[in-house]
Ligand binder design. Structure first.
Ligand SMILES: C[S@@+](CC[C@H](N)C(=O)[O-])C[C@H]1O[C@@H](n2cnc3c(N)ncnc32)[C@H](O)[C@@H]1O
Length: 220
């Protein structure tokens, strides 16, 4: 499928899948959305000083980069697992302007390393941030009770409804520890019901600019 790099409303870039009219991030602002959904309502809400995070759809590495940045600022020890089936190409990574847009030149090497490091191997990007990327279809995840927080960032249910089913959220529920949190930009009723059905306690929260609501699910 043809892919192109576009500039979103806050000046940060994202990847667009032209045929699906689907983007990796909100057209209103990639960084703005990532901060709102995953940092404000995920990382900050978990209030831990040592945390295990699973990202569903590692993609551009934007969520990992801002999590690294926030972790350093707040002295949080982070073990970050990113699952991705279709990695972005080195040419695409070169066009992403996240280090400049976030004004974090000190993380330039870490951002590059995130993309160049081997799959299925742990790497320390800072003394308190361990990354492991798994090249895997996330439907095949079978982990149990390992994560405090899940960033659920698959393409939308409009284009990939098969990734937002009860069976998938059962796997996410199983992968979380008790009181673990899953956050996603989606607020679709069918998604909320699928989360509900597997036992999550689901909250609707205000969405990032351009989106009325988002969902946060807790394994109580
Ligand atoms: C909405 S994009 C978000 C990516 C990433 N979180 C970011 O900020 O760039 C969704 C990602 O999920 C990946 N993906 C799609 N289907 C997948 C699957 N079945 N298993 C694993 N990854 C998948 C895509 O390749 C893409 O990188």
């Amino acid at each position: 499928m043809k892919r192109s790099i576009i500039t979103t409303g806050d000046g940060s870039k994202t990847i667009s899948l032209d045929e699906w009219n689907e983007q990796y991030h909100s057209k209103h602002g990639a960084i703005q959305e990532a901060y709102h959904v995953f940092i404000k309502h995920g990382l900050y809400a978990s209030r831990k000083n040592s945390i295990t995070i699973l990202e569903i759809g590692f993609g551009t590495g934007l969520n990992a980069l801002i999590t690294l940045h926030e972790g350093i600022k707040r002295n949080v020890h982070i073990k970050y697992t990113g699952v991705e089936a279709f990695p972005v190409s080195p040419e695409e990574v070169n066009e992403l302007n996240y280090v400049e847009a976030l004004q974090v030149p000190q993380l330039d090497a870490a951002f590059k390393q995130m993309h160049s490091c081997n799959w299925e191997e742990e790497i320390c990007l800072s003394p308190d941030f361990v990354l492991k990327k798994n090249k895997l279809d996330f439907r095949d995840i079978s982990t149990k009770g390992e994560f405090d927080l899940i960033y659920f960032d698959a393409f939308g249910a409009r284009v990939q409804p098969e990734l937002w089913t009860q069976a998938i959220f059962q796997k996410m529920f199983n992968a979380l520890k008790d009181n673990g949190i899953l956050v996603t930009y989606s607020a679709k009723g069918s998604v909320r019901r699928a989360m509900d059905a597997v036992g999550f306690t689901v909250e609707r929260l205000p969405g990032p600019p351009g989106k009325r609501e988002m969902l946060r699910a807790i394994k109580k």
